[in-house]
Design a protein. Structure first.
Length: 418
């Protein structure tokens, strides 16, 4: 195994120790010589890095853990760069969510106007990381980005730089794990189609046989009994018209008014809840006797990012030819999307790189139409992020299926653009 330099950008995130756990689990397959933890907030970085060092030492690894506030130092000679930044922090997320809800628009950090504002802040920063990698990192280095909105960030970076880059989300792996738990000890695979946070499971195979008709019937029955198990259930009429299981984010499109009211009725936004949770988790991390990831992190959500990220590195380093659902250039995988569009799709991953798998013929106009509309929104929002031209942002909101109202869009944008 070659020795790797792995840089984590945004390492003050409370997720960082979980990512390190992924490397420990695969220490016999991935040799990390140097782990560089970089952030711009010294206090958080110091606390998180302290726990990471204790975890690494407790695992008996020889990995050298380095902390830095310098992006250039972190990226110099790196083989892999894990991007998990949040421009403006959780406080800015909470501000976006509250502002959007004040205009009767969805307040959610990756979807709708709040998601667009996050993207407009994040994209220039990740483009800067990618451009710095091109100068300083090893030839062929990979940027694996978790920073949301992951698909939009990948759309910007992959079509504006030459860096090897992939967008990562934990939704696909969590969906797959759900079905594996549902059918224990059997070979499970899924057909997955969509964009990041706009995706559906269109088929489920157990030991090579489709069980989709059975699962659709079960889901309809569960809904009638009052179950609300995220992407696993929906009203029977909806499942009949769109016979696919929507990922949880599709609920914002299917039940728009209900979701807005639900958020408006809550005493705190999700961002405010996360601020409280982050403070609690960091307090635990600061305990010098702690040598593992505490249970309190689970309240934050985002499970299995480490599994997704480290298994991807494993597939590249060890030439595994394994299948991962990733945010990459379409390159013909979905015939109804443009070649250069970034889509979330099944890919073969090996030492040569990442290749999307052709989905084949696909005829579900509701799904294809919604994907095309949201992709048009993403491209306009990226132009707004890159040019700082507010008119592109307004155009993006006008095409977005969750906005599309000039008066609301213009008023909200005037208030949030600053």
């Amino acid at each position: 195994m070659r020795g790797l330099k792995v840089a984590v950008i945004g390492a003050g995130s409370t997720y960082t120790p979980e990512v390190i756990g992924g490397f420990i689990d695969r220490a016999d397959r991935i040799n990390v010589d140097e782990l560089v933890l970089m952030d711009i907030i010294d206090e958080k970085l110091h606390i998180v890095a302290g726990l990471v060092k204790r975890i690494v030492q407790n695992a008996g690894l020889k990995t050298r853990v380095v902390t830095t506030l310098s992006l250039e130092e972190a990226l110099e000679g790196a083989d892999y760069v894990l991007g998990q930044i949040r421009v403006g922090g959780l406080a800015m997320r909470a501000s976006d969510e509250k502002a959007a809800l004040g205009y009767n628009l969805l307040g959610q950090e990756t979807t709708g106007i709040a998601g667009m504002m996050k993207g407009i802040r994040t994209i220039p920063a990740v483009l800067h990381i990618a451009e710095t990698m091109e100068r300083l990192s090893k030839p062929g280095a990979w940027l694996i980005n978790f920073s949301n909105p992951s698909g939009m960030v990948a759309e910007a970076v992959l079509n504006r730089t030459g860096v090897n880059m992939v967008g990562l989300c934990n939704s696909p792996i969590n969906i797959k794990l759900h079905y594996e738990k549902k059918f224990p000890g059997r070979q499970v695979s899924i057909r997955y189609v969509g964009l990041n946070h706009l995706a559906w499971v269109t088929d489920v195979f157990v030991d090579g046989v489709s069980v989709m008709p059975e699962l659709l019937k079960q889901a309809a029955d569960e809904y009638k009994k009052g179950s609300t198990e995220g992407y696993l259930t929906a009203p029977p009429a909806l499942l009949k018209s769109v016979p696919a299981f929507p990922c949880s984010y599709i609920n914002y499109y299917y039940f728009r008014d209900k979701k807005i009211k639900e958020f408006q009725d809550k005493p705190e936004t999700r961002g405010e809840e996360c601020l409280v949770n982050e403070a609690e988790v960091l307090k635990e991390y600061a305990d010098e006797t702690l040598c593992n990831v505490p249970e309190s992190l689970k309240k934050r959500g985002g499970a299995n990012y480490s599994t997704a990220a480290v298994s991807l590195i494993d597939s590249i380093e060890n030439d595994l030819n394994s299948i991962h659902v990733l945010n990459v250039r379409n390159e013909g995988a979905y015939p109804f999307m443009a070649y250069e569009d970034i889509v979330e799709t099944a890919c073969v991953v090996n030492r040569s790189g990442i290749r999307p798998v052709s989905y084949g013929t696909f005829e579900q106009p509701y799904i294809t139409g919604l994907m095309q509309a949201v992709k048009a929104y993403e491209k306009l929002a990226i132009k707004a992020a890159v040019t700082k031209d507010k008119s592109y942002a307004l155009a993006a909101l006008m095409v977005h299926p969750l906005v599309g109202d000039y008066d609301k869009a213009q008023a909200a944008l005037d208030g949030m653009w600053r």
